[in-house]
Design a protein around this ligand. Structure first.
Ligand code: SAM
Length: 300
């Protein structure tokens, strides 16, 4: 989930119950399935050119979204209402399977979980830190199971999702399914900024999607420290890159991990949806065209 969605909801622009104002139709889902990431997970990287950073502002829908979210955010800042940690800990957010499936596919444009290391022989435990509704966790295990099928390999794999919000953990427990009997999925409520309650080096790899940008500098440093203690080999991160999302996007995110011995294996910037100057490609119009950072960090 992006910060933008949070701001829409917190603004009172949404329907009752604090959910985003859409339930996708089968037609909208079918439209999304025509997007190129269904055939090529790296389509967003190939689609992006730095000039799009400027060109997207010629797009009327982009300017509209920017104005709307900035107004909401500025009003909230004025009212002293932004406390992300309190919000995520308490907000009730039941989600339908249809919407979960829609967002799972929609986010696969810019959240790239296809990392061969996740499916590798030496990867036995993975942490999805701040896993939300578990849709990205599901994509990760589906990717691993598919890779194992292709290579005829596979082994016992424990995948743990933790999140601050009990409502989101309930969604993850209800909606995810292990695609292979050798994969175990567990979801727990927990505050990863305070503590990740696992022994040193317990996890081989971790993923964090849409997390750092909602944490202030003190909390982000604490999370990096906690992760570096429990994760041994590598971390995949997806995070907002543009200031106009609000929150705390960080161009230098990888630097936070350097003191703990992590180096960048791959990094790229992309947009939240395929670039089009005048159309809005997203059938449900979930996000604006923000820039996103994808980072793969490894420790030798
Ligand atoms: C933008 S959502 C991203 C969720 C999910 N990773 C995804 O990509 O859909 C941010 C998530 O971070 C969780 N979160 C925020 N602070 C946290 C903390 N201190 N510990 C654990 N989870 C946290 C929120 O509850 C929320 O589910």
């Amino acid at each position: 989930m992006s910060l933008i969605k949070f701001l829409i909801r917190a603004s009172g622009l949404t329907g009752a119950g604090g959910t985003l104002p859409f339930e996708p139709t089968p037609e909208q889902y079918a439209q999304l399935q025509k997007w190129p990431m269904v055939r090529d997970p790296y389509a967003a990287e190939k689609d992006y050119h730095p000039i799009q950073r400027w060109l997207r502002w010629l797009k009327p829908a982009q300017i509209q979204a920017y104005r709307k979210y900035n107004t909401v955010r500025n009003n909230q800042i004025k009212a002293g209402e932004i406390d992300f940690q309190k919000y995520f800990e308490t907000v009730p957010r039941p989600i339908s399977r249809e919407k979960w499936e829609y967002l799972k596919l929609r986010k696969s444009w810019y959240i790239i979980v296809n990392w061969p290391r996740f499916a590798g022989e030496d990867c036995r435990r993975i942490l999805d830190c701040a896993c939300g509704d578990g849709d990205v966790t599901q994509r990760l295990v589906d990717y691993v199971a598919d890779e194992w099928k292709k290579t005829g390999k596979g082994h016992e794999l424990e995948v743990v999702g933790i999140d601050l919000g009990p409502s989101r953990i309930e969604n993850a427990q209800r909606l995810t399914t292990a695609p292979d009997p050798r994969i175990t999925m567990k979801f727990f409520t927990g505050n990863a900024v305070k503590e990740i309650a696992y022994p040193d080096n317990y996890f081989d790899y971790a993923e964090l999607t849409g997390v750092f940008a909602i944490l202030d500098d003190v909390s982000a440093d604490a999370l990096v420290k906690n992760l570096s203690r429990v994760v041994r080999k590598g971390i995949y991160i997806e995070d907002p890159y543009d200031r106009h999302f609000g929150g705390f996007p960080r161009k230098h995110l990888a630097k936070l991990f350097e003191p703990y011995g992590f180096r960048v294996e791959k990094r790229f910037i992309c947009l939240q949806e395929p670039f089009s100057l005048f159309k809005v490609p997203d059938p449900c119009r979930v996000f604006s065209m923000g820039r996103i950072q994808n980072l793969w960090l490894v420790r030798d």
